[in-house]
Every structure is written in C-alpha cells, then in structure tokens.
Design a protein around this ligand. Sequence first.
Ligand code: HEM
Ligand code: FPP
Length: 363
Amino acid sequence: MGDWYSQSPITSPQSPVPNHQSPVTSPQSPVPTVINKFKQRERANMIETNVSRRHHDSFFQVIQSYYQLTKPRIIPLLLITTAGSMWIAAKGQVNPWLLLVTLLGGTLAAASAQTINCIYDRDIDYDMERTRHRPMPSGRVQPRDALIFAIALAVGSFTLLAVFANLLAALLAFSGIVFYVLVYTHWLKRHSTQNIVIGGAAGAIPALVGWAAVTDTLSWAAWLIFAIVFLWTPPHFWALALMIRDDYAKVGIPMLPVVAGDKATVRQIWFYTVITVTSTVLLFYPLHASGIVYVVIALTLGGVFVHKSWRLLQNPEDKTVARELFLYSISYMMLLCLGMVVDSLPITHHLVSTILIQLHLLG
Ligand code: HEM
Ligand SMILES: CC(C)=CCC/C(C)=C/CC/C(C)=C/COP(=O)(O)OP(=O)(O)O
C-alpha cells in the first residue's frame, strides 16, 4: 500500500503497478452508476477464471505478497489504540509480557480480517487504481491460499490471546474479525452510505481488546475509548473518500461523497469531529479515568482537528484540505493515545502533584 495521498495536487492516483503487466486479460468494465451486486459477483467470477497467475521470483516476494494482503500500514494505529487502552486500564503499569502478547494477538486478528477483506473485495480492488496492485487482483496470491492464510492468522490470534491473556480478549478480537468481514465488508460496504459509520465499530474493537486483556472485564472507560475511535472513523475515512470519490463511484461503492455529494459529506465530517473531540473529554470528567495531562493534550489536538474540519466545511470541494484532514486524523489518534499513556504513568502523577503542591504553596 503506497501513501499515494501524500502527493499533491490530487487528481486521481497514479497506476500503482507501472512495471507490471495487466493481470486480468479482460478490458476495464464500463463505469457503473448504481450498485449492482450481481454484476460485481459476475466480475468476481470473471477475475477468478481470467486472472493470469503471476509467479514469484523468490521466497522473499512470496512473503512480501502475503504481508501486503494484511494491509500492514493500518495495523500500527490499531495497536496504538490497544496500547492506550491497556495503559489506562493498568493505571500506567502494564505487564510487558501481556503487552507483547496482546499486541501480537491484535496484529494477527487485524491481519486475518484484512486478508479476508482482500479476498472478498478482489473484484472491486481490480477496478480501482488505488488497489489494483494488491496481491489478489494482480494474481500473485490465489483466493484459496489467502483463505488458508487468514484462517491460520485467526486461529493464531485466538490461541495466543486465550492462552496468554484471557478468553474475553480472545473473543473480542475474534468478534472484530467477524464484524469487519460480515457486517462491514459483506453487508454494508456495497449497500449503505452508513457503511463506515456502523462498520467503523470493527476498527474500535482493538481498544476493547486492550482493556479486556488487562482487567478481564469491560468498564465504562473501555467503552468510551471504543466510542472515541468509533466516532473518529467517519472524519478519518470520509476525508479520504472525498479525495477518491471517483474511484468508489466507478465500482459502485455507495460511499457518502458518491451518493450524497461533497457538501453533505463535509457537514457529516464536521458533526462527527465535534462529537469525537467532546467525547475525549469525558475520559477526564466525569469518568476520572485520565488526568489533567491527558485532557490538555486531548483539547489541544482536538482544537486542531476541529479547525481543520471547519476549513473543510468552508471548502467542501478542496481536495488539498480534505487530504490535510485525513493525514491529521491519523496523527490525532496516534497522539491522543500517546497522551493516554503518558498521563497514566506514575511519574506523570508524581510530577503533576508536585507542581500542584508548589502552586498551592505559592498561592
Ligand atoms: C471502517 C473503518 C475504516 C475505513 C473504511 C478506513 C479506510 C481507510 C483507507 C481506504 C485508507 C487508505 C489506504 C490506502 O492507502 O489505500 C486508510 C488509511 C489508514 N487508516 Fe483507515 N479506515 C478505517 C478505520 C481505521 C481505523 C479504526 C484505523 C486505526 C485506528 C485506521 C488507520 C488508518 C491508517 C493509519 C491509515 C494510513 C495508512 C498508510 O499510511 O497508508 N483506519 N483507511
Ligand atoms: C480486532 C480486529 C480484528 C479488528 C479489525 C479492525 C480492522 C481490520 C479495521 C480496519 C479498518 C479499515 C482500514 C478498513 C479499510 O476499509 P476497506 O477495506 O473498505 O478499504 P479499501 O478500500 O482500501 O479496501
């Protein structure tokens, strides 16, 4: 997966496989304007029979193809949300072994979910410039092999979490795979403009996994971190969808900008940004799960998020502004979770109380 969105100005992404011959022998399909699932399934069958298998030159290339199937660039941020949750749950003192096991289990679960998504979406992935270089549409990995790989990853994740963390964490991670595959990929992605709103719950599950791994239960704070990631997903994704609307339209995916247009999308982005930032404060008050350092970080980061979202609201058609918001959404979530970690550390508590005592003495 290349960071094609980092290039400016944005028109449509460049073909990602300039050195590769087209893997599918048939020409591009005409532009569909409505969702036609039968046509898409037909296309999937066509790909099944027409993809010319491309063999790897070396074992390293095989590894590389399977690695790419897992959409690896997204996984670190999922793990950062898991870690943020773990640190708060453990009040700043996370068992390093549990951390390692949970992050590894989470990685395997997310990789499994993404691999199944790649199998399911191979028809539309072939038709979109951004995704046609992926191992499956380019014929480097066969669906059957990918499925075996995905099952092995899921079994590995479940076993690791159940044995070395706890059953709740294992079940949550597994439910993340099921939700992402069935609810998002199969049910919503091709049928509803709310696909990523409801489907976004899958991406928020790693936060629950982290909390469960530490406490073997789920508290209000755990559900609030889940809600923060859940509410953050629409601004994160729709900002990107504004940039690649034409690609989604081409394959008939009803992403909000395709169906409702840019103006309606930026209004929704604005709404979700404001409630995301508001919800981050609830961790400080009334839940008291995080302290003053966290809330200062959350409000500072949130202020920038709201500002960027406001700019997009004023300039719905400006793809540069949309790209800025998308890129910032990633830094926002990363730094917010880092803020959760830093705030929870005993040394931070010590420093804050020392400063408060000094201020009190001065006053
Ligand atoms: C249903 C929910 C979501 C959808 C539909 C979505 C979709 C996407 C898409 C299409 C990309 C661009 C990938 C590419 O370069 O081709 C992307 C990038 C990214 N997403 Fe999301 N996303 C979702 C939720 C999340 C969540 C929950 C996280 C982590 C907490 C996340 C983290 C990232 C990161 C880190 C990138 C940048 C990857 C890179 O550097 O290329 N996403 N997302
Ligand atoms: C605990 C657990 C296993 C959670 C799973 C979480 C998970 C895999 C979240 C990924 C969200 C995401 C990046 C979706 C991409 O959408 P897309 O597939 O529509 O993107 P595309 O257009 O690039 O294919």
